[in-house]
Design a binder for this molecule. Structure first.
Ligand SMILES: Cc1cc2ncn([C@H]3O[C@H](COP(=O)(O)O)[C@@H](O)[C@H]3O)c2cc1C
Ligand SMILES: O=C(O)c1cccnc1
Length: 347
């Protein structure tokens, strides 16, 4: 299967001069060398992405990509598929975890209906871009047709082009989407599906065993879908495909991409297989409690900032990590150097 989509160019960020200037600045601030630990590597990364020694984060956008999954009918989630549209209503009404965190941290929240089996009343904060009402059951057929997958990717790019600011925080909602993420990890990183499959919304051990068996059969059904976009179309879902298009566009525009948990990482994995320099623009917010996320992070060469046992999605982990990015920029910009403050350097 060929998906008719050309990813945008994502150039390498390699800039030894800027990296040296940032490191020089960090090393001359009034603190023992390296004493701000991983906040220093975060500051360095933000400087490299935004292209200066005093990076400023501007108008951060938290986008929740939502869609339904045909595979949900196979009992791969602990919750019913209706929760997807009900949670979209909850996001927009302000009552979900991500709504609260976005409000707290001043993040603009946009919910994108990428393929929910429900018609929402139009309102501010909701964007509808759906090539289909949910994916097909991947045990029967490819989750998406090549055209649907290409449309979802293009929708993500177009959405991004219309958003202000220089930072994108990834969120998602779609009952059954830990299954698509596990399938993509297994297929694109070459792991056994059992190592990639977890409890999702809270399956018990028997439930996980049944989910694993379903996913193993899905992989066999689509054994030929090995290229990144063929795998994405075969294994789903519409929200992951739209997110992948948004990630590629954000990377091409040199925005900071704050990656949430297991499902957001699956979109970044597909994007990185198409354009490896995508991960240079990413800040990985947290290590999720979902089994498989460790393998996912390894596949991406990622070192996440937080490890809080979160297993929620929605962009909640990205929103929780956001203040660390703000602090990294503030420290880089606002701290005095030893020379400025008249503090003695190491003896
Ligand atoms: C009330 C509720 C709110 C959520 N918010 C995010 N998810 C999370 O759970 C889903 C993935 O897990 P699975 O693959 O097991 O269905 C996604 O929608 C994800 O964002 C939620 C799930 C529920 C039940
Ligand atoms: O890591 C995640 O994003 C996740 C894990 C479980 C359920 N929903 C999301």
């Amino acid at each position: 299967m060929t998906v008719p989509y050309n990813p945008p160019a994502v150039p390498d960020l390699h800039s030894p001069a800027l990296a040296a200037a940032l490191q020089h600045r960090l090393d001359h601030l009034t603190k023992p060398l390296g004493a701000l630990g991983r906040i220093e590597s975060l500051a360095l990364r933000l400087g490299l992405i935004l292209g200066g020694t005093a990076p400023r984060l501007d108008a951060p956008q938290l986008v929740v990509f939502a869609a339904d999954h045909g595979l949900a009918a196979r009992g791969v989630s602990a919750y019913p598929a209706d929760v997807t549209w009900q949670m979209v209503e909850n996001f927009l009404a302000g009552g979900a975890a991500v709504s609260v965190l976005a409000r707290q941290h001043g993040l603009a929240l946009t919910v994108v209906d990428c393929g929910v089996c429900h018609d929402f009343a139009p309102r501010p904060g909701l964007v509808v871009r759906k090539p289909a009402r949910g994916t097909a059951d991947a045990l029967d057929a490819p989750a998406m047709t090549p055209e649907q997958c290409a449309a979802a990717l293009a929708n993500g790019a177009e959405l991004l082009r219309g958003l202000p600011g220089n930072a994108l925080l990834l969120g998602e909602m779609g009952i059954g989407n830990t299954s698509s993420a596990a399938l993509l990890l297994a297929r694109l990183a070459g792991h056994d599906i059992a190592a990639c499959t977890g409890a999702g919304t809270g399956l018990d051990a028997d439930g996980i065993a049944r989910k694993t068996a379903v996913l193993r059969a899905v992989l066999e059904r689509h054994a030929g879908a090995t290229a990144p976009l063929a795998a994405l179309a075969a294994l789903g879902g519409l929200e992951i495909a739209t997110m992948t298009g948004a990630v590629l566009q954000a990377a091409a525009e040199r925005r900071v991409i704050v990656v949430d948990g297991f499902i957001a990482c699956a979109a970044v994995l597909v994007a990185a297989r198409l354009a490896p320099a995508v991960t240079q623009r990413c800040v990985f917010a947290h290590r999720s409690g979902e089994r498989g996320h460790g393998l996912m992070l390894d596949a991406l060469g990622a070192e996440p900032l937080l490890d809080l046992g979160l297993r929620l999605g929605e962009g909640s982990g990205a929103a929780l990590a956001w203040p660390l990015l703000v602090s990294a920029c503030a420290l880089l910009d606002g701290m005095a150097s030893f020379a400025q403050a008249g503090v003695a350097t190491a003896g």
